[in-house]
Design a protein around this ligand. Structure first.
Ligand code: AMP
Length: 282
């Protein structure tokens, strides 16, 4: 596996691979890799001839009071995991390399309206930052396919919209959520949880499952079920940010006719903000 930290040499390699007719895959990450990331690597590895994984802690997607400076950076162990997973190239640029300091400003991309709801309400500008970074990576790597996790379901839809909007010929693969044995969705930020919080954290997924079962049973009003879940999480020690039922296809509020749904939740546990979701059909 080759590791590169700047754009020009990466583009040389990509141009060579393209001229050889290789199908290119990309898995964007912020590093400190866990099994969730590696499941995306395997998904993309199956379909691509040459696979690039990026590790870039993107400052544009962190708010001023968020954890950009303390976000874990573990490039050496990440590289070892990616080598083992038969990744061809690790792209780990600095902020300056990524956003071309000293040259014309990088194209700022809007996530559109879908970036303004749910997580976008409490993290203004977050999805514009994600879209800008991913758009830059797409321009540099020119992948035929790219894998993103359903763990960040709103982000996955932001990327699908970006690709449609910009008319990019990139196949977006959505990887299912990798979970710990007790159901907690794997996340780099789980590292922040102390022992007590870690014991409580799986309640978020339990509440999603319980609410989905109640919605499926059709015995109670949706608004009541969602309110109950918020109360249950609060009692368990969370500070819920939202707990919502949406249409899986576009995250708008479902009507009675809609069958493909997603429950999405975000909640603070201590200082750590956890998100999770559950896709289901009626
Ligand atoms: P991050 O490094 O947190 O920016 O995540 C990089 C990619 O991995 C994103 O597409 C995430 O949705 C995905 N991802 C993160 N956690 C998980 C998980 N538990 N299961 C599946 N994919 C995940």
């Amino acid at each position: 596996m080759q590791t590169l930290d700047s754009v020009e040499p990466l583009q040389t390699v990509i141009a060579r691979w393209k001229s050889q007719g290789h199908k290119m895959g990309l898995v964007p990450t912020m590093g400190d890799l866990h099994e969730g990331h590696l499941s995306l690597v395997r998904l993309a590895r199956e379909k691509a001839d040459r696979l690039v994984v990026s590790v870039f802690v993107n400052p544009l997607q962190f708010g001023p009071d968020e954890d950009f400076t303390r976000y874990p950076r573990q490039l050496e162990s990440d590289a070892a995991l990616l080598e083992k997973a038969q990744v061809d190239l690790l792209f780990a640029p600095s902020v300056d390399a990524m956003y071309a300091k000293g040259r014309p400003a990088v194209q700022q991309v809007s996530a559109g309206e879908i970036g303004d709801i749910l997580c976008g309400l409490s993290r203004p500008g977050h999805f514009d930052g994600v879209a800008t970074a991913v758009n830059r990576l797409f321009a540099v790597v020119q992948p035929d396919l790219a894998a993103f996790g359903q763990k960040d379901y709103q982000q996955l839809l932001v990327i699908r919209r970006l690709v449609a909007e910009q008319g990019l010929a990139i196949d977006i693969l959505g990887g299912s959520i990798a979970r710990e044995a007790d159901g907690l969705a794997m996340s780099t930020r789980n590292r922040y949880l102390d022992e007590k919080a870690r014991a409580v954290a799986p309640r978020l997924f339990e509440e999603l499952r319980a609410a989905a079962a109640l919605i499926r049973s059709g015995t109670q009003e949706h608004a009541r079920i969602l309110q109950r879940s918020i109360e249950n999480l609060t009692t368990a020690g969370f500070r819920p940010n939202y707990f919502e039922l949406r249409r899986a296809v576009d995250l708008t509020v479902p009507s009675k006719k809609d069958r493909e749904l997603v429950l999405l939740a975000a909640a603070h546990l201590g200082e750590t903000r956890l998100i999770d979701n559950l896709l289901f059909s009626l």
